[in-house]
Write a protein that binds this ligand. Structure first.
Ligand SMILES: Nc1ncnc2c1ncn2[C@@H]1O[C@H](COP(=O)(O)OP(=O)(O)OP(=O)(O)O)[C@@H](O)[C@H]1O
Ligand SMILES: [Mg+2]
Length: 256
């Protein structure tokens, strides 16, 4: 029986270091708990860290996928993905920036078309720049999950980014305010932020989800929400992430 079309979630931002990669990994962990088949694609082609954060060393990456495809050597999609566990696969970013230079945006559609019927959820981590590759990803995504922090520069850029999406009639964007990255970033109230960006804040990751010594946990190669040695200061943080994950899947919403 043919598999249903998966949900493609592009995690993006207009500022670097806002927590995209960590959110991508945590969502993968939550979808795993929900018994979904998950593919994480690391489209942060020059500086991706998905494989690194999961202690994986891929032989093949997006570069090989594209190179083989353009040289008629491509056989199977699964030749290019790496298993993290039974439910989570990874399609990694190139290891060398010179390889990233060779990935033309025209291949993005082919990569995503190949993935969409193979997985329930495809989580795409991106870089924060509007490159042609990222624009293709955003264009194909079922949902654009936009991550921002409570930071003046971020507010300014978010306002412009959301205005552009609105102008091109892309309304499938959900805004995540990440208060966990830096607990002291609290200049603006949510009311102020909504007023500036002219958009709702769809989800918030609370300051209580701030994890001290986060690098230590990342180095363990385990997804944070799955890490049993990590004691959450507030268990509601897991429930909030689960609510976000559930909300992003249309078929789950219909079952309610
Ligand atoms: N919950 C958290 N608790 C503590 N620190 C956090 C948390 N989330 C993010 N950070 C900090 O923010 C850094 C950046 O997070 P992350 O790599 O997920 O951001 P990014 O948006 O993917 O960055 P880039 O634009 O470089 O790809 C982390 O290395 C960590 O130091
Ligand atoms: Mg990142």
């Amino acid at each position: 029986m043919a598999r249903a079309k998966g949900t493609m979630i592009a995690v993006t931002s207009t500022k670097g270091g806002v927590g995209k990669t960590i959110l991508t990994l945590n969502l993968a962990g939550i979808y795993q708990d929900m018994k979904k088949r998950v593919l994480i694609i690391d489209m942060d082609l020059y500086g991706g860290a998905i494989a690194l954060n999961l202690n994986l060393n891929p032989d093949k990456t997006i570069y090989h996928f594209v190179d083989d495809l353009s040289n008629n050597r491509y056989h199977s999609f699964y030749d290019y993905v790496l298993k993290y566990n039974e439910q989570i696969d990874i399609l990694s970013c190139p290891k060398d920036p010179r390889q990233a230079n060779k990935i033309d945006a025209k291949y993005i559609e082919m990569i995503l078309d190949n993935a969409i019927y193979r997985y329930d959820v495809i989580l795409i981590d991106t870089s924060h720049t509007l490159t042609p590759v990222n624009i293709s990803v955003l264009d194909m995504a079922t949902v654009i999950l936009y991550v921002m922090t409570n930071d003046p520069m971020d507010l300014k850029n978010t306002k412009s980014f959301l205005a552009i999406l609105h102008d091109i009639e892309k309304e499938n964007v959900k805004v995540v305010l990440n208060d966990s990255r830096d607990q002291d970033l609290n200049y603006f109230s949510t009311f102020d932020i909504k007023n500036v960006i002219r958009h709702n804040i769809d989800y918030t990751i609370s300051a209580s989800f701030h994890i001290r010594n986060i690098s230590k946990y990342l180095l363990e190669g385990q997804i944070l929400v799955e890490n049993t040695s990590l004691s959450f200061r507030d268990f509601r943080d897991y429930d909030k992430l689960k609510k976000m994950a559930t909300d992003l899947l249309p078929e789950v919403k219909e079952e309610k």
